[in-house]
Design a protein around this ligand. Structure first.
Ligand code: EPZ
Length: 420
């Protein structure tokens, strides 16, 4: 397996072009199962998770071509509705095909995604909602078997908890259902908003886009004609580079980024005393001599994103004082703590809260990536750790960060990808 060798940076400088959002791409790729035409998606990040979902669609009989960040996906040839364990086990977001497959074909089997490093991550809310829409759901031998031979019927769904992929599954299912579906307590993430916007542009009438209450008027299994579209910028990738600039006291500019998708992240950075300027599609962050400690609570959008929690924890090790981070979405999203502690970070955990004492000198050593965002936190910490840091199991990073080594090298980071 490969690893990253990272040495202390003498500050970063330059421009980072932000890629398309992984978490917008996945539901939109699944959505092509609702199309009668071949769909073109532009600005896709060429990362492992995207390739995995395209492979899943191909296993179902679809034709897909991914080249230079553009994919054409033709699902008219889909002749199978079983998403098998071998591929679902590599990416739990494969569950996103459940809604569209069931809505279009009236039946499907999707391997249970299982948990992952950050938590058990159940899909009970997805399944309960589909049952309310008339589906018969059974769990057998590790598979969700869903049947709705006469199609799904619109109804009023109230999510007990905000679920991003749960919302996406029901939005796509409701798009082909008979009648009106109201979703209360829907996720408001920009990735869910874009899914609704593309569906509306494709002929599905949707009210309340961007709010927690969506009303979707289904087409009663009439397939959609979906025009080419471009994936929104990845707000988590952008936030990751902002943390890298902040920790290394650097000035960098992000291009092709949506500052309005990052308000809670920019607010925390400014609370830390960092100067930030932005316009419609760029963000510039300036060096700050000192960093104020902060208190963070992760919440659903527009609150502080859980996907930025690990990166800020690395940053807080350099703040002048004690910071706290409370993780409210996942029960085990502190896997990066022990790795940061290996670098010398002074972090104590109590339940789902972390206390980070800063500022603390970090010292390079061998560390291990445990999940996608935890891995990026280790790269951020390694930029200021003395000496060399070797980050192992970097396959986690490849799932969601496009051309990470190239982008970091272009702004002056000392990072190499080497063979174990
Ligand atoms: C999405 O995961 C993202 N993944 C995650 O990003 C992100 O961390 C998460 O939303 C929260 O923002 C994609 O979009 C592909 P949830 P998702 O359903 O949809 C509980 C990354 O790093 N829950 O919103 O799986 C669940 O256990 C990844 O890019 C239920 O209890 O998250 C969690 O506590 C990591 N039952 C909370 O809700 C359900 O049926 C939020 O989960 C569904 C969820």
């Amino acid at each position: 397996m490969d690893y990253f060798k990272v040495s202390k940076a003498d500050g970063l400088n330059g421009i980072v072009k932000i890629s398309g959002a992984k978490n917008a791409s996945l539901p939109l790729i699944a959505m092509t199962l609702l199309a009668k035409n071949s769909v073109t998606i532009n600005n896709l990040p060429e990362v492992v998770d995207i390739k995995t979902l395209l492979k899943l669609l191909e296993n179902l009989g679809a034709k897909t071509v991914l080249k230079n960040g553009s994919a054409t996906i033709d699902t008219s040839s889909v002749n199978d509705t079983k998403a098998t364990y071998d591929i679902v086990k590599t990416m739990r977001a494969s569950i996103l095909v459940l809604g569209p497959l069931l809505a279009r074909f009236g039946r499907c089997e999707v391997s249970l995604p299982g948990g992952c490093a950050i938590g058990q991550r159940p899909i009970d809310l997805h399944l309960k909602a589909l049952e309310q829409m008339g589906a018969t759901i059974t769990i057998e031998s590790g598979y969700v078997r869903a049947e709705a031979p006469d199609g799904l019927v619109g109804t009023h769904i109230v999510f007990d908890k905000v679920t991003v992929t749960g919302s996406a599954n029901i939005i796509t299912a409701a798009s082909l259902a008979r009648g009106k579906t109201i979703i209360t307590n829907a996720a408001r993430e920009p990735e869910v908003v874009q899914l609704c916007e593309i569906l509306r542009l494709s002929g599905v009438s949707i009210d309340g886009i961007g709010t927690a209450e969506l009303t979707i008027y289904g087409t009663d299994r009439r397939l959609l004609c979906i025009e080419p579209f471009e994936i929104i910028p990845d707000r988590i990738e952008a936030g990751t580079y902002l943390c890298a600039a902040a920790i290394s006291r650097s000035k960098i500019t992000l291009k092709k980024v949506r500052a309005d998708h990052l308000e809670s992240v920019l607010s925390k950075l400014m609370q830390m005393g960092i100067k930030i300027e932005h316009d419609s599609d760029t963000i510039t962050i300036y060096p700050s001599k000192s960093l104020n400690p902060v208190d963070i609570i992760t919440q659903e959008y527009p609150g502080f994103p859980t996907d930025m929690q690990a990166q800020f924890m690395a940053l807080c090790t350099q703040a002048d004082g004690v910071s706290t981070i409370e993780e409210r979405l996942f029960e085990n999203r502190f896997m990066h703590v022990s790795e940061l502690q290996r670098l010398g970070a002074k972090i104590t955990l109590k339940g789902n809260s972390a206390t980070i004492e800063g500022s603390c000198q970090l010292h390079g050593c061998d560390v291990m990536a445990t999940d996608l965002r935890a891995s990026s936190a280790l790269v951020i910490a390694a930029l200021v750790a003395s000496g060399q840091t070797d980050i192992h199991r970097i396959y986690h990073l490849e799932r969601g960060y496009e051309r990470l080594v190239e982008k970091f090298k272009n702004i002056g980071a000392n990072i190499e990808r080497l063979k174990e």
